[in-house]
Design a binder for this molecule. Structure first.
Ligand SMILES: [Zn+2]
Length: 305
């Protein structure tokens, strides 16, 4: 019997070729899929890298724009502290730019004046007590020196922000002074005072205080040393070698910029009191404090036009 062949060789060959083609197509498909997957992975990695570098760049931009912001003397004055004076509004410093280095000057006391010749907001005693030696009250002396210091610094091109530029009747507490200094974004803070020593009339000279518990204590100590050295550098400004002391005075404790408090002289000492009333000593004191500030923070960032 002539049986039909079970497998036609032609059919088998075709099937094989089809199978091989199918396998080839499968292989190609897999290769394409792998390539696509790899491509996607690379794309994702590239996007992540791009995002990372964008963030890094943003950080850099923030750092550089922070600097001039720090020096803008835009004082938000407390309602209880409306005697705060921005140097720019005083007219003397109109030509300076917002990039100038800002110095905050805090003339001690003199903010709760009463008609009985005394300043009950702390300060070295009351006015009558000083008439015996100099007729000066601490609050008046700190203001005179501070105004001279303000002028020297403004002439150099600094922006100066003051707690007060006169004796004022409103209450400015120590905490108000700290807040005003913080709002001014000042680069440094200087509080000007005068000392008393009840037990002896022979203790005299200038002292510079900082607070080791302050957040910027290390910088404040450097600043205090620079100020002490500058006052010491001019003979006769201080009766004794200027020393740096660590004290918890409120304003140098709670401000966050490099901060010092200068006890310029002893109103209870005859030699100091005799000098303190003279315009020459007041000017020398202001000049040496200015020297200390310049030595510590350097010249203003932008020169006055
Ligand atoms: Zn004082």
């Amino acid at each position: 019997m002539d049986r039909m062949p079970q497998f036609d060789p032609e059919i088998i060959r075709r099937r094989r070729r089809a199978l091989i083609l199918k396998k080839k197509r499968e292989k190609r498909r897999r290769r394409i899929m792998t390539a696509l997957a790899a491509g996607s992975l690379i794309t994702v990695i590239l996007i992540i890298l791009l995002i990372c570098s964008a963030f890094k760049h943003k950080d850099k931009v923030l750092t550089t724009t922070d600097a001039p912001d720090n020096t803008v003397a835009d004082v938000e004055v407390d309602s209880s502290a409306d005697a705060a004076v921005n140097a720019d509004s005083s007219g003397n410093n109109a030509a300076t730019t917002e990039h100038n280095t800002t110095v905050y000057i805090d003339p001690g006391h003199g903010t709760i004046y009463s008609n009985n010749m005394s300043y009950p907001d702390g300060g070295a005693g009351d006015k009558t007590a000083y008439n015996e030696l100099s007729g000066l009250h601490e609050a008046d002396l700190t203001l005179v020196i501070s105004l001279k210091l303000q002028k020297i610094l403004q002439d150099k091109g600094y922006t100066v922000v003051m707690t007060r530029t006169a004796t004022v009747n409103s209450v400015i507490t120590l905490d108000d002074r700290v807040k005003m200094a913080e709002n001014s974004k000042a680069d440094v803070f200087v509080s000007i005072h005068a000392n008393v020593y009840e037990g002896s009339s022979t203790i005299n000279g200038t002292r510079v205080h900082y607070c080791s518990k302050q957040s910027a204590a290390a910088a404040s100590l450097d600043f205090a040393r620079a100020a002490a050295a500058a006052i010491d550098a001019v003979p006769g400004v201080s009766e004794a070698p200027v020393k740096v002391f660590d004290d918890e005075f409120y304003v140098v404790h709670h401000t966050t910029m490099p901060s010092i408090l200068i006890e310029t002289c002893y109103l209870t000492d005859k030699t100091d009191a005799a000098k303190a009333v003279t315009d020459e000593w007041q000017s020398n004191m202001a000049q040496t404090i200015a020297d200390g500030i310049v030595n510590y923070i350097g010249e203003p960032k932008i020169t006055r036009k």
